[in-house]
Design a protein around this ligand. Sequence first.
Ligand code: PXG
Length: 442
Amino acid sequence: MSNSTPSLQRSDLEALWMPFTPNRQFKAKPRLLARASGMHYWTPDGRQILDGVAGLWCVNAGHGRHEITEAVANQLETMDYAPPFQMGHPPAFALANELVKIAPAGLDHVFFTNSGSEAVDTALKIALAWHRARGDATRTRLIGRERGYHGVGFGGISVGGISANRKAWSTALLPGVDHLQHTHDLAKNAFSRGAPAHGAHLADELERLVALHDASTIAAVIVEPIAGSTGVLIPPRGYLQRLREICDRHGILLIFDEVITGFGRTGAPFAAQEFGVTPDLLTVAKGMTNGCVPMGGVLVSKAVYDTFMQGPDGIELFHGYTYSAHPVACAAGLATLDIYRREGLLTRARTLASKWEDAAHALKGLPHVIDVRNYGLILGLELEPVAGKSGARAFEVFTQCFERGLLVRQTADILALSPPLTVTPAQIDEMFGTLSDVLRGK
Ligand code: PXG
């Protein structure tokens, strides 16, 4: 295959309204990707780019996996589409069974969606409907956390805590939502290796919200075990355990949004297992199909599922999507889980974590580096902002890395790395070598 594909002209770029992108800035100086294989992308002019972010936290088994291509092609030939309402098909049940096998103990059921945003809105809807089904219909309040990212549906932005994602829609957000304080504390935790020591007490904020609103009004708490989009916030030691205890004490459902942390990113299949805390509902997407076909889902505890199944006859949950359990997505998901299992990818981050951590913390002391944080195969690198120009410094690092053949992710003045779980030790050195050169202005 040729490394070079025809380049796009400026006028070719106009029709597409790009998501979460400054369109005018991008179109004036585009960064294009044309091809991918293994740990790399190639630009249209054939430049090789090392993928430091698994696409966007999703291509966990590396790019261009032939087994997935084959499974998807076979499924398209065998049955391209099947309606998910009142009808079923074997790959849907097979994928649910395989997911339950690797899920935290007790999460025995799966509801399929097409994205992380839909998974979040589905989880919130299940939580509200569950309390109602149990005769607890006053439990309507949802609790998110500052700096949380839960996708872009109205439910997700309501419980989310990133103001840029909320302010334009502030009057349309769900009513009765409150937020815990975020856990970021540079003064106490900068340059922590793994989970920071300080901050478990921030979970007690939930007790404060219970005292304020009364437990009888609260349905669920949703958090990312490791907050990703906001710039990698690792949970303080003991924080998630404490949230679980408080939820249990007050009959509140705990939802983990594992769209980023799922499928091996932390060193265990799910962060719930890594941190030893089991939520009642757990959202997944991204790595579920290795990023090949859009798909998401909600893993649901037996206790929650059983309540619905013990209700009146008929449809138990008036919710679903035309493409819930799309056969092609299910085929991609099954082939993906097969690769993860055969290659031990769901726990590979654990074996690479100390190498990753040492390479990451070698960045300490470089110009403008105010924090390095890491867990599994995740890095958060925080830079001192340029006065009055939030994000400018990290954006410059992002573009320079791209010019030198490394894809990283930038959010405000934080850079995130989360490579495919197939990354080699030599590629880890290459990533941190490039980052270090760019930071030193070499
Ligand atoms: N929850 C979490 C925790 C996510 O990270 C979503 C929900 C939404 O998933 P969909 O499939 O609807 O996009 C996400 C998505 C970044 C970045 O910069 C991360 C996401 C999206 C965009 C940017 O890290 N994650």
